[in-house]
Design a protein around this ligand. Structure first.
Ligand code: AMP
Length: 128
């Protein structure tokens, strides 16, 4: 994995240097709509801190921040009304995982049934 780049897109969004369509913010996390949605609801949740990946986050972040982050993910799903019908969480890790932005983030997909092809991200043509 690369070292953390303080100028990655999500770091710049966290610092307010780039805009985002914010869904939620608290002391642990920021959630915003993905710029290229692959489902009716496609939100990214990112921790406040310099973590490249889920592995980095779990190894390096204080326990309270890890808990706070995952509680924020659950709150976002609940607040978006996704709980009753369900949703999918995805965290891409490294090149083989398809990670493009090296600031740890969780994709939250909802608003339609997801494919059972777990090895693939939802494609745009699966929106229906
Ligand atoms: P990943 O492949 O897991 O690293 O996913 C990166 C995600 O970030 C992709 O789904 C992109 O569409 C999304 N993305 C990239 N730039 C932005 C941005 N400025 N605002 C919102 N989402 C973005």
């Amino acid at each position: 994995m690369p070292a953390y780049d303080r100028n990655n897109i999500f770091a710049r969004i966290l610092r307010g240097e780039l805009p985002c369509r914010k869904v939620h913010e608290d002391e642990f996390a920021l959630a915003f709509h993905d710029i290229n949605p692959l489902a009716p609801v496609h939100v990214l949740v990112i921790p406040k801190g310099e973590y490249v990946s889920q592995a980095d986050f779990c190894a390096e972040a204080p326990a309270g921040q890890v808990v706070g982050f995952w509680r924020a993910v659950a709150k976002v799903a609940r607040d978006l009304g996704l709980e009753p019908e369900g949703y999918r969480l995805v965290a891409n890790h490294g090149p083989n995982g398809g990670q493009l932005v090296f600031h740890f983030h969780v994709h939250l997909f909802g608003g339609r049934p997801m494919s059972h092809r777990m090895g693939n991200m939802p494609k745009t043509d699966e929106r229906k």
